[in-house]
Design a protein around this ligand. Structure first.
Ligand code: 4AD
Ligand code: MG
Length: 478
């Protein structure tokens, strides 16, 4: 007999009544008779009905919330409400006991903070199993999209010897003895004696390496972990997060915006079609949570409506200059409600401004482009005006910045001037400059923060709750 999953059994044609075998964890055990069994394959439990009079007293005692059990029985139409089918148990054994007194995941509502401390067990709850199934599905859809569109999946290095990207503070990678490191003549730590013979760090982005492959394979993407040692303890920042970075030769910024928009719509549509059950659960969870908020703070769309809205509507494309005008003349700016008031062109946008634009003004995802050169990275292509660059950020309601990308500077002299002005060592990026020497061409790409996408798709409010084991300042448990 084949062991089935709960998902398979719940979808089974009931006319095919027959013996089934299943393994899972007990969610609840009621009246010494009804076991709600879950194996992670679906949000739903299968009800297993035991005949306690035929069961050994000691076995009965071991069927407790959290225990792993092995069940044989007959799949029948359910008498009770709430489920189509159930299993009339003919044989049951407990594979592993669970101490009901200390098991953290009781059949009741737990706070997300509490569950974060029990992250190794939190996927035994409906909310976290739904979130993690969605996360898995989204990452599959991402690979599917790129595969169907002629992209090659490229693995960029995790340990990097260049720190020129400038995307954030880095974590050092070293094999030196921290207590007694070798020193050079100046009395500083001598990284020449370190494992790689130079200073190395964990990568903040695979972009620069992805550019090298785009300039030979044409269309590539990376999807891997990135690391930032910023001390930003917010609900949208992690020290270790996953980033999707496509990079395409001969594509300009308009093509980049089209790609990003098409890509995001595709993956969100994919989960609407393949994960509806989990989405519906998270939708209801969010509706309950909303009820506890004052009317003014409740959103006018539910989770599923928000996802559909993004899939079905065009993102609004707005230049930085237009955005500054809107912000300058906005109510919160005039009434001095912004913490950082917008007085002039050139100001860096804070999340309060981004949120105003997407949530209050446009009420849809917004692509901001052509930012001032001096608030963006060195590699972005300078516009003819000499003061803006071909950058784009995609801002999402409730999330803020979801994507950051640009058309890359392909002109060797312009790039060198820029690096000189920013004091970036040419010797360190010799290979990056080579791309501009040998067959240089227009090319573009972007980075999408995977966890921010998962936040949007699940409606979870804290980024710590959409990654299995969050890494944040002062926290690297598990
Ligand atoms: O805007 P960022 O810094 O862009 C880059 O790293 C470029 N090299 C990407 C490229 O063009 N290939 O980061 C890209 C995205 C952000 O828009 C955000 O969604 C996410 O990565 N992100 C973070 N997500 C979670 N925690 C953090 N600390 C993040 N920092 C950035
Ligand atoms: Mg950015």
């Amino acid at each position: 007999m084949k062991t089935h999953t709960v998902a398979e059994l719940l979808n089974k044609d009931i006319n095919a009544l027959h013996e089934v075998e299943i393994k899972g964890w007990v969610r609840t055990f009621r009246a010494n008779r009804f076991i709600a069994l879950n194996d992670g394959s679906t949000l739903n439990n299968i009800q297993c009905v035991v005949d306690f009079e035929n069961l050994d007293e000691s076995l009965l005692k071991r069927i407790t919330t959290g225990a792993a059990v092995h069940v044989f029985g007959e799949l029948t139409e359910s008498q009770g409400k709430g489920q189509k089918v159930e299993i009339q148990v003919s044989k049951i054994s407990v594979l592993g006991d669970s101490d009901p007194e200390t098991y953290p995941i009781q059949p009741k509502k737990h706070s997300f903070e509490f569950l974060r401390e029990n992250a190794h067990l939190r996927t035994r709850t409906n909310t976290f199993s739904a979130v993690m199934r969605l996360r898995s599905s989204l990452s599959f859809a991402i690979h599917k999209y790129f595969n169907e569109n002629g992209f090659y999946y490229m693995h960029t290095p995790i340990i990097t010897g260049s720190d020129a990207e400038g995307a954030g503070e880095m974590f050092r990678v070293s094999a030196l003895d921290a207590k007694n490191p070798p020193l050079n003549e100046e009395g500083e730590v001598d990284y020449k004696e370190d494992f790689f013979g130079k200073e190395t760090n964990l990568t903040v982005s695979g972009q620069l390496e992805a550019e090298t492959y785009a300039m030979s394979l044409g269309k590539v993407y990376t999807f891997g972990p990135t690391f930032r040692a910023e001390n930003s303890n917010t609900s949208r920042h992690l020290a270790e997060f996953w980033m999707i970075e496509p990079e395409v030769a001969f594509m300009d910024l308009d093509g980049n915006m089209d790609l990003a928009e098409d890509f995001m719509k595709y993956v969100l549509k994919y989960v609407l079609e393949h994960n509806f059950e989990d989405l519906e659960f998270l939708n209801n969870r969010l509706l309950d949570e909303e009820k506890t908020k004052p009317q003014a703070e409740r959103s006018d769309m539910n989770l599923i409506e928000k996802i559909k809205f993004v899939v079905e509507n065009n993102f609004k494309r707005v230049s930085y200059t237009e955005a500054i005008d809107i912000l300058k003349n906005s109510k919160p700016n005039k009434k001095k409600k912004f913490k950082y008031l917008i007085n002039e062109w050139g100001a860096d946008l804070q999340s309060e401004h981004e949120r105003f634009l997407v949530e209050k003004h446009f009420k849809c995802p917004v692509i901001l482009f052509d930012y001032p050169a001096n608030i963006k990275a060195f590699y972005m292509r300078l516009n003819e005006d000499g003061k803006t660059v071909r950058a784009m950020d995609i801002l999402f309601p409730g999330i803020g910045e979801m994507v950051g990308g640009s058309q890359r500077e392909e002109r060797l002299d312009v790039l060198k001037d820029k690096m000189k002005a920013l004091d970036i060592d040419e010797k360190e990026l010799w290979w990056y400059l080579d791309l501009r020497k040998y067959g240089t061409a227009v090319h573009s790409g972007f980075g999408l923060g995977f966890e921010r996408l998962v936040m949007f798709a699940t409606g979870m409010g804290n980024i710590r709750d959409v990654i299995p084991y969050p890494r944040t300042p002062q926290n690297a448990e598990f």
